[in-house]
Design a protein around this ligand. Structure first.
Ligand SMILES: [Zn+2]
Length: 283
């Protein structure tokens, strides 16, 4: 599932490609992904609109558009869910089987594809209203992180997935940040010492920033399936698996820890997998 770095890289990739493009027609093949916006409302607002900007908040994409008539700008919210992809295709290229929303931009189509239909493309922007801090922005301070953790009895790993605390951190980068900070994922959030909180703060920022830096070097080629933007796996044929090696604990159960060679362990917390080194992350 795409997390902050993947969505950030996608936003940077799409921003210059979409800027200035006008939507000539809107084709929706699964109305479910528009909810709660109706098909009628969606098409009426977006047909003829021009893409003016694109930003990211948490794991959401926020497309800015200028409508065909009127001055009030439109925000279109996109979310990839588990399996969503967004990309441009030349007009003569075949649309993928699971294309869900297709914006006709003239020479190209902007396609949202989703095999499980659990992502979103909607005019309802309320999901971003309750998001927590952006971990790479200056307002995400050690003090703020400490205050949030102190209020929670949940295991720190579970708390890190709470999007009202840190927006955009998901299962992969929560495990990675805790490994880097040498903190047990099972430690109750309120039990972290100030020294641990500082290490965790640094680790969250570092793992995300490194992933964005890495992802920015991967050429995104969605249409031919060569690189789908899920660069943390790097399993696409013909591409080296170097990002997989950069992940030190996620999906590495039984493999040796990079620090101590002890086998990485998988546990389940709040119905999600957690990967950690029981030797390096004792407390
Ligand atoms: Zn270890």
């Amino acid at each position: 599932m795409p997390e902050l770095p993947e969505v950030e890289v996608l936003a940077r990739h799409l921003r210059p490609l979409l800027r200035g493009k006008i939507i000539r027609a809107v084709d929706v093949r699964r109305e479910k992904v528009l909810r709660p916006t109706s098909l009628r409302e969606f098409q009426r607002a977006l047909a003829g609109a021009k893409f003016t900007g694109l930003s990211r908040r948490g794991k959401y994409l926020l497309f800015q558009l200028r409508p065909k008539t009127g001055d009030e700008s439109i925000t279109l919210l996109g979310h990839l869910g588990m399996t969503g992809r967004m990309f441009l295709l030349k007009q003569n290229e075949q649309l993928p089987k699971h294309a869900v929303v297709i914006f006709d931009l003239g020479r190209e189509n902007f396609v949202y594809e989703d095999t499980r239909y659990c992502g979103r493309m909607t005019l309802d922007v309320s999901p971003v209203e309750n998001l927590g801090l952006e971990p790479l922005e200056p307002h995400f301070s050690i003090k703020v992180l400490a205050a949030h953790l102190k209020r929670s009895r949940q295991p720190v790993k579970v708390k890190l997935l709470d999007q009202s605390l840190v927006a955009g951190v998901g299962n992969i980068y929560a495990s990675e940040a805790l490994f880097r900070a040498k903190i047990s994922p099972k430690l109750p959030a309120k039990k972290l010492t100030l020294a641990q909180t500082k290490k965790l703060w640094r680790a969250i920022r570092d793992v995300l920033a490194e992933a964005i830096r890495f992802g920015s070097t991967v050429q995104l080629k969605f249409a031919d399936g060569k690189s789908d933007g899920l660069f943390y796996f790097g399993r696409a044929p013909g591409t080296p698996d170097f990002y997989e090696e950069r992940l030190q604990v996620y999906d590495r159960a039984g493999k040796p820890c990079a620090n101590c060679r002890y086998p990485i362990k998988r546990i389940v917390q709040a119905a999600r997998s957690t990967f950690y080194c029981p030797h390096c992350q004792k407390v």
